[in-house]
Design a protein around this ligand. Structure first.
Ligand code: 25A
Ligand code: L14
Length: 340
């Protein structure tokens, strides 16, 4: 018997992503029976609004998942490590927003527009992984091009906003900007250098070989989601002084020749994509325009004149929505439609 409404938990409910999860569930009229808001002791006792009711934030513990059908996790990898399997054992399905389970072979890594069918694999562990925000917006655009012309190689540089590192990181950009304009000392906490009026080519930790873990995540996750290990990917991930919205310069090389016009025609029809490409009118995707929206915006589409089959494009999305909360709720929507 199918349920009419589901009990949903948000782990990390007071964070930047957790807040968006609550908003997206409400906006998309997800059939929520009970919404359970979970966070650390710091936030317990706070009240947050959902469907014009005030809901108390509780401390996350081993007993938090009784009667929960779907648990959306976004409180960091260590929290998922400890609690995701507890939630799954209690009978719920976990949609995990951290990197903890993404590359495990028996956990599906899902972007609904790209590989919704992989969701069925959740039955093995009770866990579905939500990909990295920069990966999600890129593969939404790559998938229809890959289907049409087979992508051989991707070269991506990202321009990632501070919200990806959480609420306190966004506040740091604001505080540093105000401090500089008032000629006060700049204080650093969340980033290794001053982020205001700067760009930092360093997201997550450095790995042997010189890539960062964020870059490695884009490389590995792209292959897993597109289910194609033959695609060559290289990435450079950069933090920029933007509050919200990640941008990416993406260069692809395809097996079959595609003109810029072909690519525009393909992307115009593609699920989740909004073509924003009228350079003659100064129209192209920008993070200020993407913030608060659900679309993955693509523009600046042009042929790469340095190789026979190359395309350049510029991809922007709200990293807290399509990059995190929206993608997780879209997965939950497929779960309740087809599986639970
Ligand atoms: O742990 P990691 O993997 O290194 O993750 C780092 C950050 O990445 C963000 C997440 O965002 C996290 O802080 N993040 C993770 N995955 C992401 C993704 N896919 C992602 N960002 C984007 N995309 P965040 O900072 O916005 O959210 C953090 C949420 O997690 C809750 N949380 C943390 N530890 C927890 C936990 N919940 C349960 N158990 C734990 N052990 C966290 O709740 C928040 O909801 P909170 O209660 O800890 O904090 C929120 C409030 O408390 C204040 N505050 C924070 N730290 C302190 C503090 N106050 C005093 N002292 C502190 N040290 C905050 O200002 C806020 O009001
Ligand atoms: O793997 O911008 O989900 O610092 C966590 C850190 C996403 C990016 C992840 C950041 C990342 C985020």
């Amino acid at each position: 018997m199918k349920k009419e409404k589901y009990n949903v938990a948000i782990v990390g409910a007071t964070g930047a992503v957790g807040e968006q999860m609550r908003e997206v569930l409400e906006e998309r009229l997800f059939p929520v029976d009970e919404l359970r808001l979970l966070a650390s002791e710091r936030s317990a006792g706070k009240y947050l609004n959902f469907q014009s009711k005030q809901i108390r934030v509780d401390v996350l513990d081993e007993n938090s998942f009784e009667n929960i059908d779907i648990a959306l996790f976004s409180a960091g990898g260590s929290v998922s490590d400890k609690f995701a399997s507890i939630a799954a054992r209690a009978g719920g399905v976990v949609v995990d927003n951290t990197a903890r389970f993404r590359m495990e072979p028996d956990v599906p890594l899902v972007v609904p527009e790209v590989n919704a069918k992989a969701i069925t694999e959740y039955k093995k562990r009770g866990i579905i992984a939500n990909p990295n925000c920069s990966t999600i917006q890129m593969v939404v655009a790559l998938k229809p091009i890959h289907d049409a012309a087979r992508i051989k190689r991707v070269v991506v540089s990202t321009y990632q906003s501070t919200s990806g590192a959480g609420r306190k990181a966004m506040e740091e950009l604001g505080r540093q900007t105000a401090a500089i304009l008032n000629m006060r000392e700049v204080e650093k906490d969340k980033f290794p250098h001053q982020i205001a009026f700067n760009c930092i080519p360093h997201i997550d930790v450095f790995l042997p070989g010189g890539y960062t873990k964020e870059e490695k995540k884009m490389i590995d996750e792209t292959k897993k989601i597109l289910a194609d290990d033959s695609i060559k990917v290289t990435a450079t991930c950069v933090r920029v002084p933007v509050f919200c919205g990640h941008s990416e310069s993406v260069n692809i090389e395809t097996e079959k020749k595609l003109s810029a016009k072909d690519v525009k025609a393909i992307l115009r029809e593609a699920p989740g994509i909004l073509l924003v490409d009228a350079p003659e009118e100064n129209v192209y995707p920008m993070p200020l325009d993407a913030t608060g929206t659900d679309a993955t915006m693509v523009g600046r589409i042009r042929e790469d004149e340095s190789i026979p089959n190359g395309i350049n494009m510029w991809i922007v999305a709200d990293n807290l929505r399509k990059g995190a909360a929206l993608n997780a709720v879209q997965i939950a929507e497929i779960l309740i439609r087809d599986y639970i």
